[in-house]
Design a protein around this ligand. Structure first.
Ligand code: FAD
Length: 387
């Protein structure tokens, strides 16, 4: 077992951290104030991220990415995760790995421009009546002549307002399984501007200001066969193959934000004086710091271990769920304690803590809720015993 970073990993972490501090932190306050991204700022950040080799670093070298292994990619995600989410997600975009599953023509049309920062993608699965239970989706794609005709509604779709196209998962039939009839799902590329496809403004959201969500409406939206991503009826297989580590990505970004909150808390506890001494000398404060550091380290170890196992080909669903569950719940705890240590100042927008606390809330919901992660972990243990 080896717990140290390689020289290359240390260099990537250092470069990403410097980029985050110098190029992202200065724009955070404005996004928090307005709730909107200034696209001129984003273009400028994109350009700098490309020059620094950080843009789309998740992707393989053969398509112009950095070709990072999973563990190193998670270290890079952790550093990006320290900053405002909308800012790093658009300015230092990580196009979805699922774009690698496309045909040569699809790669040329969608993947290449995403790598160059000319296009953004978004991924649409969730519907008003199908969240955790995605197989219950109602939006359909039906054969009509040589075309597909899409109908239905997706909601909560992140940054669909600025995305140039959506990768949409639609029901294309029903199959009998040992657990009853289940929808067959197919993934489609849908370009903005396609007749019958409308992107509407989504909901206001407590977490991640500037990171919008949208409602996608399909009303007899007609697509050719070339719009199918992967095989017909195999949409979940393609998602499982290419989106495998997104739970670890969520975990890693949570680690970064928790680390930032802890750093603020340590400094404040060492500086702030009450009753004639630094508040860190009160056990009521110092024990909080100890528990925060402990939880952060535990979540970090689980995440790095799952990332390492992903690279070895030995990772289990339970490994990834444990990392996601622990890191997201740890962040909620650390963010809350950080505010407590700062007293009233913790709630003021002078510091990034109230934001980290708000932003932490969504992490236990998207990419599979905490309950769904617990379900996955427990099923893996019980299934073996036939329970
Ligand atoms: C800000 C934001 C951005 C998002 N971005 C995207 C996106 O880009 N693309 C996309 O497709 N989706 C996106 N989502 C959707 C997200 O993945 C879902 O919100 C999530 O999967 C949960 O679905 P739901 O909100 O419908 O909750 P539900 O599934 O309705 O769950 C409600 C409650 O019931 C619990 N529950 C449900 N089933 C079980 C069970 N079997 N056992 C125990 N408890 C259960 C849940 O844990 C939860 O507490 C986004 C969501 C948010 C909030």
């Amino acid at each position: 077992m080896q717990f140290g970073m390689t020289e290359e990993q240390a260099m990537i972490v250092e470069t990403t951290r410097a980029f985050v501090e110098n190029e992202l932190y200065p724009h955070e306050a404005e996004i928090e104030r307005t709730g909107h991204l200034d696209m001129d700022v984003i273009r400028d950040v994109q350009k700098k991220a490309m020059e620094a080799g950080l843009y789309a670093a998740n992707m393989p070298e053969e398509v112009g990415g950095a070709g990072l292994d999973t563990l190193t990619w998670l270290m890079y995600e952790k550093e990006l995760g320290r900053a405002n989410y909308a800012l790093h997600w658009t300015g230092v975009a990580r196009p979805s790995n699922i774009l690698m599953a496309g045909t040569a023509e699809q790669r040329e049309k969608y993947l290449v421009p995403c790598m160059k920062g000319e296009k953004w993608d978004c991924l649409a699965m969730t519907e008003p009546d199908a969240g955790s239970d995605l197989r219950g989706m109602k939006a359909t794609a039906k054969r009509d002549g040589g075309d597909w005709v899409l109908n239905g509604t997706k909601h909560f779709i992140s940054h669909a307002d600025i995305a140039d196209f959506a990768i949409c998962f639609m029901a294309t039939g029903v199959e009998d399984t040992p657990r009853g009839p289940k929808k067959k799902i197919t993934a489609f590329f849908v370009d903005k501007g396609t007749p019958g496809f409308e992107v509407r403004e989504g909901y206001g959201n407590v977490s991640h200001r500037g990171y919008t969500n949208a409602v996608l409406e399909f009303d007899d939206c007609r697509l050719p066969d070339e719009a199918v991503l992967g095989e017909v009826d195999k949409g979940f297989q393609v998602a499982n193959e290419w989106l495998g580590a997104t739970r670890l990505q969520v975990a890693a970004t949570c680690l970064g934000r928790a680390e930032r909150a802890l750093e603020h808390s340590i400094s404040y506890a060492a500086e702030r004086k009450q009753f004639g001494q630094q508040i860190g000398k009160f056990q009521g404060v110092s024990f909080k710091l100890a528990d925060m550091a402990l939880e952060l380290k535990a979540a970090n170890l689980l995440t790095w271990e799952a990332g390492w196992k992903f690279d070895q080909g030995t990772v289990t669903e339970s490994d990834m769920s444990m990392a996601k569950l622990k890191a997201t719940e740890m962040l909620a705890f650390v963010a809350d304690e950080a505010i407590q240590i700062h007293g009233g100042m913790g709630l003021m927008n002078e510091l990034p803590l109230e934001r980290i606390w708000r932003d932490a809330r969504v992490e236990r919901i998207w990419e599979g809720t905490s309950e769904i992660q617990r379900h996955i972990i427990s099923r893996e243990m019980l299934r073996a015993l036939g329970a």
